[in-house]
Design a protein around this ligand. Structure first.
Ligand code: AMP
Ligand code: MN
Ligand code: MN
Length: 371
């Protein structure tokens, strides 16, 4: 990056431009991540690069200069979050950068993701350095989704948020946020190219897992995403092998649990101005010790109900805490619905956390969908 290029950022609603050479700061601006107004020059709008290009430039620069990097996925990571962290972690490690990958919960890598290459980079939260040179969050829409690791936002030297959630709150200091990207791994693939890091088989496996997961197995993938998939397959990925533990493998007890929770599903046709809501509740007893992977599979079946525009699964995570998954099959934006209830996500797939009686969560959902 040369002196003539600039970092775009926002200060009190105004665009500012400052020399890219000032990118690496001595102090962390953890809360807003913005330079004070005095450090920038007002941008006349003649930069010629889009905000996203600028964000990509900044992210590349940060990763190139970082002395050590902590990569953090959201709590209860999925294949996009962990795959992004492992792919970038493997790539940076090959450049000689010290890296560690982590997530606040659960204590171990979810079983279905344990075959992803790079698991040796994963460390427990308490083993992470408290003052990493660069903290990178991947697939994390808000600081709350970092769980207890949100504390590192205040102790790291610099932080970078790489994400594709439209609901991203732009927490942290620097951002590479592209809601048009199908998955965070798409942004990681672009970054690896910028960094000149070859996408080998191990990195490709991680990228493929995230891409397949977040595109609903390529049903929501544009041609560029299919081209990325082709490139990953050319790098050695065997799609069926990578995806088998993630989507094709459940214990026998899953079948009984499905029978109970699908049989107990409720269709409320009046909700959302007659467009309909289908929902079911999975409490700890019904769960019967099954993995989160088994619980997460239920929404994909429930959402196929033709009579309902919105599907919801309420999963008990603690005595009084419920994780609610939402899916939309029409034009209802469930990211906005989840946002109104304290969560976030994407237009067709979102979620929120509810404290208290699960039926009150349904009432709250009904109320938001009536709006
Ligand atoms: P899930 O239903 O868990 O597959 O999540 C669907 C989408 O909603 C993902 O993009 C999640 O990041 C997002 N999401 C799920 N739960 C929450 C939550 N409690 N808060 C914010 N975003 C969430
Ligand atoms: Mn995710
Ligand atoms: Mn994602």
């Amino acid at each position: 990056m040369t002196d003539t290029r600039a970092v775009r950022t926002r200060t009190r609603g105004a665009r500012v431009r400052r020399p890219a050479t000032s990118l690496v700061t001595d102090t962390m601006h953890a809360d807003a991540g913005l330079p004070t107004a005095g450090t920038g020059v007002l941008d006349a709008g003649a930069l010629g690069t889009s905000d996203l290009d600028s964000e990509m430039d900044v992210a590349t620069e940060l990763l190139l200069r970082a002395r050590d990097v902590v990569l953090v996925a959201h709590v209860h990571p999925d294949a996009d979050a962990l795959g992004s962290a492992l792919a970038l972690g493997l790539g940076l490690a090959r450049r000689g950068t010290p890296v560690a990958v982590s997530f606040a919960e659960p204590v171990a890598i979810p079983e279905s993701l344990r075959n992803l290459p790079g698991g040796h980079l994963v460390v427990r939260p308490e083993q992470l350095p408290e003052n990493p040179d660069l903290l990178v969050s991947l697939d994390v829409g808000s600081a709350e989704r970092l769980g207890s690791l949100a504390r590192l936002l205040h102790t790291c030297r610099q932080s970078l948020v790489i994400d594709h959630h439209p609901s991203n709150t732009r927490f942290g200091q620097f951002h590479l946020v592209d809601p048009s990207a199908e998955a965070t791994v798409v942004l990681v693939a672009r970054l690896l190219d910028r960094l000149g890091i070859p996408i080998d088989r191990q990195i490709a496996d991680n990228l493929y897992a995230g891409l397949a997961t977040d595109t609903g197995h390529f049903r929501h993938a544009d041609s560029a995403a299919h081209q990325l998939a082709a490139r990953l397959i050319d790098a050695g990925v065997r799609p069926a092998e990578v995806m088998f533990p993630i989507t094709e493998s459940h214990p026998f007890g899953w079948l009984g649990m499905l029978s109970t929770v699908l049989g107990g599903a409720v269709l409320d046709r009046e909700v959302a101005h007659g467009r309909g809501l289908v929902y079911t509740v999975i409490d700890d007893v019904t769960r019967g010790g099954l993995r989160p992977e088994e619980l997460d599979s239920v929404i994909d079946i429930l959402r196929t109900a033709q009579e309902a525009a919105v599907a919801a699964v309420l999963k008990q995570t603690d005595e009084h805490i419920w994780q609610v998954s939402l899916r939309s099959r029409g034009d209802i934006d469930v990211a906005a619905v989840a946002g109104a209830l304290g969560g976030g996500g994407h237009v067709r797939a979102a979620g929120f956390t509810h404290h208290g009686d699960p039926l009150l969560a349904i009432d709250a959902l009904r109320a938001v969908l009536a709006g």
